[in-house]
Design a protein. Structure first.
Ligand SMILES: C[S@@+](CC[C@H](N)C(=O)[O-])C[C@H]1O[C@@H](n2cnc3c(N)ncnc32)[C@H](O)[C@@H]1O
Length: 244
């Protein structure tokens, strides 16, 4: 279902999701439930689960339009952001090279607002490289990483175990792995036979504990605005792992 992430509507939604300010997402004239504000900036919060040490190499799988990759570059000297969507990678590269990108927010029906996504303050974009690719068939020449981040990717893959099996060789000893998943298993993306046979946390443990220690597990909400009145509010399960 790779085409799902290859249309202008979803790119506009993701540029707003990753780079939109609170006033761009939540109309300031409306009294929104507090949980909606708490769900903003997801792409900044999940890289926040890495330690604060400066590391050499980071990998952001399923990076979409790149916000988490830029955030990882604050504490990684080199970050690779990889996504299957050509248009997402083109947008991420535009932000890297030009520092900004115009996009359109859908408000309702024919009513739209023009906005500009901007590279966040304090980012050295020369540290970040974006590449189009398949997280289930990563090229060998990528090498090893001190940090790997994959947010809301696993349940969008046709065969997520292929990626789980790669993490051990992708990470250096003591390397940090941050996984976020809303556990929204859908046959549109993953054949039922490749869904976890147990709950998703149990499935992650079954596949990772041999080579990784589970350091923490918690929930992080996220909010994707579709129109001025329609939002997706979702709880993602965040697990933090350390390579043995
Ligand atoms: C639900 S979005 C999450 C994006 C981003 N990590 C975030 O949290 O906002 C899933 C992303 O995974 C990408 N994706 C889907 N299948 C992929 C694959 N096989 N390899 C790499 N990226 C993939 C999609 O293009 C999309 O950007």
């Amino acid at each position: 279902m790779s085409e799902v992430y290859e249309n202008l509507k979803i790119m506009d939604e993701y540029l707003l999701f990753h780079y939109g300010r609170k006033i761009d997402i939540l109309d300031s004239k409306v009294q929104w439930p507090e949980v909606m504000s708490q769900a903003l900036d997801f792409a900044v919060r999940t890289p926040g689960y890495f330690s604060k040490n400066i590391m050499a190499r980071g990998l952001d799988l399923g990076c979409a339009v790149g916000r988490s990759s830029f955030e990882m570059s604050r504490t990684c000297e080199e970050v690779i952001g990889l996504d299957f969507s050509h248009q997402f990678i083109a947008a991420a590269n535009r932000l890297k090279n030009e520092g900004k990108m115009d996009y359109t927010r859908l408000d309702e029906g024919v009513i739209t607002t023009s906005l500009t996504a901007e590279l966040p303050q304090g980012i050295d974009s020369s540290r970040v490289e974006f590449i189009q690719g398949d997280a289930m068939q990563l090229p060998d020449h990528l090498g090893r990483f001190d940090r790997v981040h994959a947010a809301n990717l696993l349940c969008r893959l046709t065969d997520p175990v292929l990626l789980l099996n790669r993490f051990s060789e992708l990470l250096e000893k003591n390397g940090e792995l941050v996984l976020a998943t809303p556990c929204t298993w859908l046959e549109d993306f993953t054949p039922r036979g490749n869904w976890p046979k147990t709950d998703t946390l149990g499935w992650l443990k079954d596949n990772l504990l041999e080579n990784f220690e589970l350091r923490s597990e918690c929930d992080e909400p996220f909010l994707i605005r579709e129109t001025a009145r329609k939002f997706q509010w979702t709880r993602s399960m965040v697990t933090v792992w350390k390579k043995r």
